[in-house]
Design a protein around this ligand. Structure first.
Ligand code: MRU
Length: 347
């Protein structure tokens, strides 16, 4: 990638698009290399793309949705049946609802590549609309606690939960972000801090276990997170540690807000208990920055998502408005009937 400060898409700012279709291949920002270097990597086959998804060169639910669609487009170029491609893609990061959504959408389109590019364009519009709806939750002077990376890098551009922060900042509000480092893959420390620095938004990285202390010290006004999947009853499956934040927020009487596009909502899965949590290589836990941090032979357990029950959620911010848990049945019904139509920027 060239000079990143000039690499903008639709005037969305100093962070280049996470993923794009390059005619016969997929080009994406290699998130494994950040924050040290901003590099792109290309996939010319479905298998190459799946390997990049599995190794988390690309991650974040909406970005995975676009990757899913582009994976189907690659499969079509390879002459592979699209249904087979959807099954292969679904196995790479099985929790992410958007991945399956994007892959299926491209698979049912006449031209999967065209559809994938359409989904990528819509991502930016959706995120801006979501951010506009969520801005009311971030007042001037707000201290926001966030987890993982829900910014531009988790999408094509702009971001979901972090997009709300960005919109508030762009509107001139003073915002401070507490960035959970997000062990073990450090999406907060590596990626969210990198984005906030580029955007000029005030922030400090904290260890994940600092959240309780920050809340007890009255240093947090709102907890703002994303989601990998919201099940029919409103349970939220998101990065490991999200549930802990929700319990703490409830204890301290703080709003716990989930920002996600409607493609993350899954009316066909009844509750969070019905989602199989992804476990990754224990080595991620046993090491930090490539160095062993435990005695030789230590075992580790590495679930990378958890379930926050609907009872702990204050509100869901989507591109079609802000929803209270009691209103979710209506949203899920509308999603089942797919009556939002295309270009889901409408309110
Ligand atoms: O394992 P990751 O980095 O793909 O997990 C990402 C998250 O948990 C995000 O919070 C979620 O995908 C929402 S991104 C807008």
């Amino acid at each position: 990638m060239g000079d990143s400060d000039t690499a903008t898409v639709d005037g969305t700012g100093p962070i280049p698009p996470t993923i794009e279709w390059a005619g016969d291949r997929v080009r994406l920002v290699d998130q494994r290399k950040l924050p040290e270097t901003l590099e792109t990597v290309e996939a010319r086959t479905l298998e190459e793309l799946c390997a990049l998804i599995e190794s988390m060169a690309i991650r974040g639910a909406p970005a995975l949705g676009v990757a899913g669609a582009m994976g189907v487009a690659l499969a079509r170029l390879e002459g592979m049946p699209v249904d087979e491609a959807v099954r292969r893609l679904a196995k790479t990061r099985p929790v992410a609802r958007d991945l399956l959504w994007g892959a299926r959408r491209a698979a049912s389109a006449g031209d999967p590549a065209e559809e994938a590019e359409r989904i990528a364009r819509e991502d930016v519009e959706r995120n801006r609309s979501l951010a506009a709806h969520g801005m009311a939750l971030v007042h001037d002077g707000a201290r926001v606690l966030t987890h993982c990376n829900t910014g531009s890098l988790a999408c094509v551009s702009y971001g979901t939960a972090l997009g709300i922060v960005r919109a508030a900042h762009e509107a001139g509000r003073r915002v401070h972000v507490w960035v959970d480092e997000t062990r073990p893959a450090l999406q907060g420390a590596r990626l969210t801090a990198w984005e906030l620095q580029r955007l000029g938004i005030s922030h400090e990285v904290v260890v994940d276990s600092a959240a309780g202390h920050l809340m007890a010290s009255k240093a947090v006004d709102v907890v703002l997170v994303g989601a990998d999947r919201v099940t029919a009853n409103g349970d939220v499956v998101n990065k490991i540690g999200t549930y802990t934040l929700a319990v703490l927020a409830a204890h301290h009487g703080l709003p716990f807000v989930v920002a996600a596009p409607t493609s993350t909502f899954d009316p066909s899965t009844p509750t969070g208990r019905d989602v199989t949590i992804e476990h990754r290589d224990p080595t991620e836990v046993l090491t930090c920055g490539g160095r062993n941090v435990t005695p030789q032979g230590t075992r580790a357990f590495n679930p990378v998502f958890d379930v926050t029950p609907v009872s702990l959620v204050t509100a869901y911010v989507t591109e079609v408005g802000v929803w209270r848990p009691s209103e979710l049945t209506d949203l899920m019904r509308r999603l089942t009937e797919e009556d939002f139509g295309e270009g889901a920027g409408a309110s």
